[in-house]
Design a protein around this ligand. Structure first.
Ligand code: IPE
Ligand code: IPE
Ligand code: MG
Length: 236
């Protein structure tokens, strides 16, 4: 029997290097990355994964050259224009984790529209971490908790881990079972630090545009095979 994780989170790293290696620009690498992303969304739906979280843009990424930032901010507009009709047909629901307010207007409108249009869909949830920072998410949660305590909507003795969960961008979603990072770096880069308390971590060397369906499926299978092997060793 194959174990299918409920929630997979993916740090899509290595687009820039992929472009450079081919004598292309970093932005061309990002474009290639969106094509891989489309393939992995399909693969996730086929495998029966319920939630796929994709780290698309961190708050640290604003420090990149302006033309690269502009290109990255234009991608969601193009992506949702192209894919929304298909997502509706395939019952895919779009969520965003991150600071939507401070996105450029066109990008903000595109993601708000995608969330609104797909809000009643009941199939695969694709959750984009966009303008995301785990530390800001936690500080933001604490600020909202303090406001609610002040307004007497919450008392301090009611506060526990599951109440705290409800103040995060990922409210309502189970924690990721697996976090995969492509591109060879073994870092979390400010991603889901609260939610990853119990996640399997998987680091792969392939640059994201090369991380196609077969490699994705194999990475997930490997995690659970190793897991099983470890369990068997203990159950002597
Ligand atoms: C994609 O990879 C991550 C995004 C910020 C979209 P990078 O752009 O970080 O590519 P590398 O790591 O420089 O190769
Ligand atoms: C992580 O990749 C962020 C995204 C994939 C969006 P980065 O390339 O931005 O992270 P660092 O700079 O290597 O930590
Ligand atoms: Mg990188």
């Amino acid at each position: 029997m194959k174990y299918v994780p409920k929630h997979v989170a993916l740090i899509m790293d290595g687009n820039g290097r992929w472009g450079k290696l081919r004598g292309l620009s970093r932005s061309e690498g990002h474009y290639a990355g969106t094509q891989t992303m489309e393939e992995l969304i399909d693969a996730s739906a086929e495998m029966g994964i319920e939630i796929l979280t994709l780290y698309a843009f961190s708050t640290e990424n604003w420090k990149r050259p302006q033309d690269e930032v502009n290109y990255l901010m234009s991608l969601p507009i193009k992506f949702f224009n192209k894919k929304l009709p298909e997502f509706m047909k395939r019952n895919i629901k779009i969520l965003i984790s991150g600071d939507i307010e401070n996105l450029p207007k066109g990008t903000r409108n595109a993601v708000l529209k995608a969330m609104d249009k797909t809000k009643n869909n009941t199939g695969l949830i694709v959750n984009f971490a966009l303008n995301y920072s785990s530390r800001s998410e936690i500080v933001h949660a604490i600020t909202d908790i303090l406001k609610d305590v002040k307004e007497q909507k919450l008392t301090l003795d009611q506060l526990d881990e599951s109440v705290f969960d409800n103040y995060l961008y990922t409210k309502g979603l189970p924690d990721p079972d697996i976090i995969i990072r492509t591109g060879g770096e073994k870092r979390v880069s400010n991603f889901l630090m609260w939610q990853a308390a119990d996640s399997e971590l998987c680091f792969v060397d392939e640059l994201f545009p090369d991380f196609k369906r077969e490699l994705y499926i194999r990475a997930i299978e490997d995690v659970y095979q190793n897991h099983e092997a470890t369990l068997n060793e203990w159950v002597v």
